[in-house]
Every structure is written in structure tokens, then in C-alpha cells.
Design a protein around this ligand. Structure first.
Ligand code: DC
Length: 229
């Protein structure tokens, strides 16, 4: 009888802007795990909805679009997760601010969540993964070996976003950023389908006041302790 290979699953959930993706990507690299940014899946659906001029609140219209969508991904030499929508690389496009807004709305539609569920579970069944999202520890991988709920105050997250945008040469008013973050938090945690919620068995890590390196080290420490690595 062949021994079944054991893969590790780390669920990293939390609100927008808590630093999940950068931390997860770097921690995964150090551990030799695959990193999956699940927000990119919702963004890919949202991009198609936006492109086709469909109202992202119209659950029936969005659900009717899903059978036409083939979403695939791979990793480039730098380990960056590239997203493809019906074969077209949409890695850049899905980061447009309009798409963020649409993603928040389409991710509240149960048919969209069901459509993306298997892709997420399949990846975890075949690799050791760190998956970042909103419902990984609660819905997608309820038996994950490690669950971390990464958070930071809305003000701290707005401050980081303000800094990033300024550095990228596309500055934006701090007050506007803060309101948008609070709105997204509200939408993500008040929807009926798989709202953003800390899993009961998750370790909470508040990164307010921590820099990236410190936050990443803490995440790695939690993972290594739990997995006896
Ligand atoms: O993490 P992100 O900002 O790229 O996510 C985009 C949107 O998708 C965000 O509004 C929340 C939603 N999302 C979700 O509902 N479930 C996930 N597992 C990941 C993201």
C-alpha cells in the first residue's frame, strides 16, 4: 500500500490591506510552499463582469456568465501568480480600482463562491499551500493545519495604502482611502455568503505597529511551531 503524501495547508484570512499577500508570498517562499492569492480569483470574475457591462449586484446575470469563464493560473519565474481569463493574461487588469470594487460585490454572490471553491480545494489537495483570503479557514479549508487571522486597524491599513500609492506616483487623499477601506470591510464582513470571519481555531495576529519583516517573522514562527518544522 502506498503511503499517502501529507501536504500542509495554512489558511491566512483577514481584511483588505492587512498585508496578507506580501507576507503569505514571502513566507511561502521560505517554507517551499505554494502561495495562492484567492482574491485574484474573485477579481478575475469581477473583471469579466466589468468588461461585459454586467451589474455586479445582479446575481442572476453574474451567475449566467460563469459557465462562459475559464479561470486558470500559473506561477512565473519570480513566483508571481499570473491569472488567465479564457486564456488571456489578466494579472495586471484585475488590480484596477474599479475591479476591486466589483470584486467586493461579486464575491457576495453564492454562485460565484461555489464556482471558485473546487479550484481552491484542488490546489490544496496537491500541494503544501499558504492560501490567503477571507473564508479559507472557515469554509474552503476548515481542516487547515494552521489558521491565522491577520489584521491591522483601519487607520493603519489606510496609512500603508496612502504610502504605497504615493510611492507609485498615484497619490490619493488619506480620508478617501480610509472611507473606502471601511466600506470594503463592512461589505466583506456583512455579506450572507461566507463573510469575513475569524475561524474559532485561528491565531489572531494584529500587525498594527509591526513592519513587514516583523509581521512575516511572526507568521513564520506561528506556522513552524504548529507544523513542528
Ligand atoms: O484580497 P483582495 O483584495 O484581492 O480580494 C478582492 C475581493 O474579493 C475582496 O472584496 C474580498 C473578496 N474575497 C473573498 O470574498 N474571499 C476570498 N477568499 C478572497 C477575496
Amino acid at each position: 500500500m502506498s503511503e499517502e503524501k501529507k501536504y500542509f495547508a495554512v489558511a491566512l484570512d483577514g481584511p483588505s490591506g492587512a498585508g496578507k499577500s506580501t507576507i503569505a508570498r514571502n513566507a511561502a517562499k521560505e517554507l517551499g510552499f505554494l502561495y495562492m492569492d484567492t482574491g485574484a480569483l474573485y477579481r478575475s470574475v469581477a473583471y469579466s463582469v466589468w468588461q461585459k457591462g454586467i451589474d455586479p449586484k445582479d446575481a442572476d446575470a453574474v451567475a449566467a456568465l460563469l459557465p462562459e469563464l475559464t479561470i486558470t493560473m500559473n506561477y512565473d519565474e519570480e513566483g508571481l501568480q499570473r491569472m488567465y481569463l479564457n486564456g488571456t493574461d489578466v494579472t495586471q487588469e484585475i488590480r484596477l480600482p474599479e475591479v476591486s470594487n466589483y470584486a467586493s460585490q461579486v464575491s457576495a454572490i453564492p454562485a460565484v463562491r461555489a464556482f471558485l471553491l473546487d479550484m481552491q480545494r484542488d490546489l490544496a489537495a496537491r500541494n503544501s499551500v499558504i492560501m490567503d483570503g477571507r473564508d479559507i479557514g472557515t469554509v474552503i479549508l476548515p481542516n487547515a493545519d494552521v489558521k491565522i487571522f491577520l489584521t491591522a486597524s483601519a487607520e493603519e491599513r489606510a496609512k500603508r495604502r496612502y504610502r504605497d500609492l504615493k510611492e507609485q506616483g498615484t497619490p490619493k487623499d488619506y480620508g478617501v482611502i480610509l472611507v473606502e477601506i471601511e466600506e470594503r470591510d463592512y461589505n466583506d464582513s456583512h455579506r450572507a455568503a461566507a463573510p469575513l470571519k475569524r475561524a474559532e481555531d485561528a491565531v489572531t495576529l494584529d500587525t498594527s505597529g509591526l513592519n513587514f519583516e516583523e509581521a512575516k517573522e511572526k507568521v513564520l514562527q506561528i506556522i513552524k511551531e504548529r507544523l513542528h518544522l
